[in-house]
Design a protein around this ligand. Structure first.
Ligand code: AMP
Length: 290
């Protein structure tokens, strides 16, 4: 695995691969890798060669009072994990390499970026869209891999690629979970002792909704009641938002129909966690993917 630190070298390397007719896969990450990230790398490995993984803790997607400084970083461990998966290139630029002093541009996918995570974290998705656009232009991947764990982010990136005519195809992969259901996340490292146990409540609330759907419930209000009361049963948890939205528009829906997402965000002590499930309609039946 070659480690690349400059934009110029990453560009040259990708352009050569492209000229040689190879299929380039990109997995953008902020590092502190876990099995969720690795599942994206494995999916890229199956279809693409070379596979490029980027590790960049993007300052522009953190608010001033957020955890940019504390965000977990462990490059040596990440590197070993990626070497094991036969990743071809690890792109690890410094912040000044991505954002030179006179950097002025920001990408804003309107509407989709302003609700849910975007409302709670103003500017977050502009930071994400801007860096992903840059990565897609530097690497020019045929396929770029994202997790449904960050469903709103994946939807925004897909919209950006369509709107800006990028050639990269966005692939969205399922959520990998811990044995107790907690969605894997680099931020789970913040959960100590009782908070780690309490964090199960997010998955449990979504699983309770899944069971309710299995009994035939279709009305969003009653499904959300189940979700909210499950979260409320955990003393340490503080619900941020819970909503059932159309998977395409991210507009709230009143009855299950088509493809929708059940979104939840909550604070467990000082740690903010998000999770979701995908509900897909097949001929009047609903399949729930946790
Ligand atoms: P991050 O390093 O948090 O920016 O995440 C990098 C990519 O990994 C994003 O596309 C995430 O959605 C994805 N990801 C994070 N956690 C998981 C998970 N538990 N399962 C699948 N993908 C994930």
């Amino acid at each position: 695995m070659e480690i690349i630190r400059t934009v110029e070298w990453m560009k040259q390397t990708s352009r050569q691969a492209e000229a040689a007719g190879r299929v380039i896969g990109l997995v953008p990450t902020m590092g502190a890798l876990h099995e969720g990230h690795l599942s994206l790398v494995r999916a890229a490995r199956e279809r693409c060669s070379p596979v490029v993984v980027s590790i960049f803790v993007n300052p522009k997607q953190f608010g001033p009072s957020e955890d940019f400084q504390q965000y977990p970083r462990d490059l040596d461990k990440d590197r070993a994990l990626l070497e094991n998966l036969n990743v071809d290139y690890l792109f690890v630029p410094e912040a000044e390499e991505i954002y030179p002093r006179d950097f002025r541009t920001s990408v804003h996918v309107q509407g989709l970026s302003d609700k849910f995570e975007g409302r709670v974290r103003p500017g977050h998705f502009q930071g994400v869209s801007t860096v992903v656009l840059k990565l897609c232009e530097i690497v020019r991947p045929h396929f770029a891999y994202f997790g449904r764990k960050d469903a709103q982010q994946a939807r925004i990136i897909r919209q950006m690629c369509t709107d800006l005519n990028l050639d990269s195809e966005i692939v969205v992969r399922p959520i990998l979970r811990e044995p107790d259901g907690l969605a894997m996340s680099s931020r789970n490292a913040y959960l100590k002792n009782d908070d780690r146990r309490a964090a199960q409540i997010l998955f449990q609330s979504l699983d309770a909704v899944r069971r309710k759907i299995a009994t035939g419930a279709r009305e969003a209000g009653s499904l959300l009641d189940v979700l909210r009361s499950t979260i409320a049963s955990e003393r340490v948890a503080e619900l941020d938002y819970a909503e059932i939205v159309d998977a395409d528009s991210f507009e709230p829906i009143h009855f299950l129909r088509g493809n929708c997402l059940i979104l939840v965000a909550a604070r467990i002590g000082a740690t903010r966690l998000i999770d979701n499930v995908l509900v897909e309609e097949h001929g009047g039946n609903f399949a729930v993917s946790l």
